[in-house]
Design a protein around this ligand. Structure first.
Ligand code: ISL
Ligand code: CA
Length: 545
């Protein structure tokens, strides 16, 4: 297996809007990130993935881009970006930009031109049809909107203000390659590619089975007929000419198809964020059709997807991001055992095979939020599904319950830097309310407590770096049928580790997983006292002597 820097690194995702506000307008910005670079360096992460910072009307908080070669007004300007890039590189870290080219904003000049007339030179930059099919948007409603001016429908798999770019058009592909070079020539270290498997649309836009949204993604939106041709062309024309890394966001990519995107000799992408575990919580009705997560299924996803690496590819390891609820609330216990379970989940993230990604705030165990009113929410996905739910005679409190479990704003509340007003995030009212628990959960308090979740992450990041068996070593589940403990082995010629993660409050004998304990040394745990019993939410790493 090829050993390389992007396999040995750990990514930290920054959602700039909620990270730190430096100019008291209530919105996070690039200078706010610059202020915290030493904090991130101290934590020990290697690569900063910035959610989109390009010009945008912020209908979908930057995932609707109106100018790919300039900085969003709310976040600052290109001088700020250049200073940020310089500061990141000076500290030996790298920056991943968020490339959103499946769609643009409807305020992009390309779309403004495209909608003017049927014979406009930009008409075929987007998907226009005289009739719409039955496709549904990820964000509720139809995936087509009628445009009076030219009396045709345009496609938007996401919000109305996010028209899909037409990758069939070679001019569109050349525009994308050109904007990628613009950033790569500035020295950025790669791209996370938003919904990249969706860029190739199926000929004649065939109707799909709209009763099951996950199925609709797999059968109609993702893995289209020319997707590999396009990504390979991008590789040949741009990617292979730089020492960079690429991460595909892969809704709809199945384990079987994964190595078509990330196989070492494919000339496409380096790795993907897959959604095997993430979509487990949503039923056929999509995001707000809440389904209980299943622990056995959760473990099986990790075991299945490790096969992608066995077959020569590579994947990310993540438990939340800006689109999913906070990891300690979803997979751990954000009440009595918040600290123990946050540390246990950090142990999982940082002992699995793949490139881990930590979402901002996880390092201090930030939790989901429950705002009392729908007016407190900002996410276009929440608001669109809320309007649809109410229009269908739905009950508001029932919808709010689904938002509390699966809503994206759970993870987008401002980072809690201190117990000052607004959690030290801003001197103004933030664009979205701070989580009321900021007085108890914040960076300042974490940095004063050597036993905090922050220092456990810092220790685990250093531990992973010191033991590359945890990066490259083979993975094997040791207790697949166990309904409370996730027990697995990581091993190569250099070392052997056994990781035990007790996802329950039960006390469980370690001898159930390690019969010859005298041959193993306990090297890491989230508890300080040990007596051969795994306590509630206890995580242990044993290394063979
Ligand atoms: O919210 C989802 C539907 O369940 C997620 O699946 C998510 O929308 C999907 O994975 C695509 O996410 C990416 O593209 C969206 C943007 O809203 C997300 O923030 C981004 O991560 C459109 O650009
Ligand atoms: Ca600001």
């Amino acid at each position: 297996m090829k050993k390389i820097w992007w396999k040995e690194s750990v990514i930290y995702q920054i959602y700039p809007r909620s990270f730190k506000d430096s100019n008291a307008d209530g919105i996070g910005d690039l200078r706010g990130i610059i202020e915290q670079l030493d904090y991130l360096k101290n934590l020990g992460v290697d690569i900063l993935w910035l959610s989109p910072v390009f010009k945008s009307p912020n209908d979908d908080n930057g995932y609707d881009i109106s100018d790919y070669e300039d900085i969003m007004d709310e976040f600052g300007n290109m001088d700020d970006f250049d200073e940020l890039l310089e500061g990141v590189h000076q500290r030996g870290m790298k920056i991943l930009m968020d490339l959103v080219v499946n769609h643009s904003s409807d305020e992009h000049r390309w779309f403004q031109e495209s909608r003017k007339s049927k014979d406009n030179p930009y008409r075929d930059y987007y998907h226009w049809q005289a009739q719409k099919n039955n496709w549904k948007s990820f964000f509720a409603g139809d995936a087509w909107t009628y445009d009076e001016q030219t009396e045709e429908y345009y496609l938007h798999l996401f919000a109305k203000k996010q028209p899909d770019l037409n990758w069939e058009n070679p001019k569109v592909r050349e525009e994308v390659y050109s904007l990628m070079r613009f950033w790569l020539d500035k020295g950025v270290d790669g791209f996370r590619m938003d919904v990249i498997p969706l860029i190739s649309k199926r000929d004649a836009y065939p109707d799909g089975d709209i009763s099951d949204f996950n199925k609709l993604i797999e059968e109609r939106y993702s893995n289209g007929p020319r997707v590999h041709e396009y990504i390979n062309e991008m590789y040949e024309k741009v990617l292979k000419h730089y020492d960079i890394m690429t991460v595909g966001e892969g809704p709809g990519i199945t384990r079987e198809l994964a190595n078509l995107y990330v196989g070492e000799d494919r000339g496409e992408l380096n790795m993907i964020f897959h959604f095997g575990h993430m979509f487990m919580g949503q039923g056929e009705g999509g995001r707000f059709d809440v389904v209980e997560d299943d622990f056995m299924e959760f473990k099986k996803v990790f075991t299945d997807w490790d096969k992608v690496i066995q077959e020569g590819g590579w994947i990310n390891i993540f438990l939340d991001n800006h689109d999913f609820p906070r990891m300690v609330s979803r997979w751990g216990d954000d009440g009595k055992y918040r600290t123990e379970s946050a540390k246990l989940l950090a142990t999982l993230l940082l002992t699995m095979r793949g490139t881990p990604c930590i979402f901002q705030g996880s390092e201090i165990g930030m939790t989901n939020v429950q705002f009392p009113s729908i007016e407190d929410y900002r996410d276009v996905e929440i608001m669109n599904f809320y309007k649809e739910h109410m229009a269908n005679g739905g009950d508001e409190s029932e919808f709010l319950q689904a938002v509390y479990v699966n809503g994206r704003d759970n993870v987008r509340t401002p980072i809690q830097w201190s117990d000052a007003p607004n959690g030290g995030f801003s001197d103004a009212a933030p664009w979205i309310k701070i989580n009321p628990n900021y007085k108890d959960i914040n960076v300042e308090q974490a940095l004063e407590n050597p036993d905090s979740i922050f220092f456990y992450y810092k220790k685990m990041l250093a531990y992973r770096k010191a033991n590359t068996t945890l990066v490259y070593g083979e993975y094997k589940d040791l207790a697949a049928k166990d309904e409370q403990v996730f027990a697995y082995r990581r091993m190569d010629e250099a070392a052997e580790f056994i990781v035990l993660l007790n996802f329950s409050e039960s006390s469980i004998p370690i001898s159930r997983y390690i019969s010859d304990a005298r041959n193993y040394e306990l090297e890491v745990s989230n508890y300080s006292n040990h007596d051969g019993i795994l306590k509630a939410w206890e995580a242990c790493i044993y290394k063979k002597k």
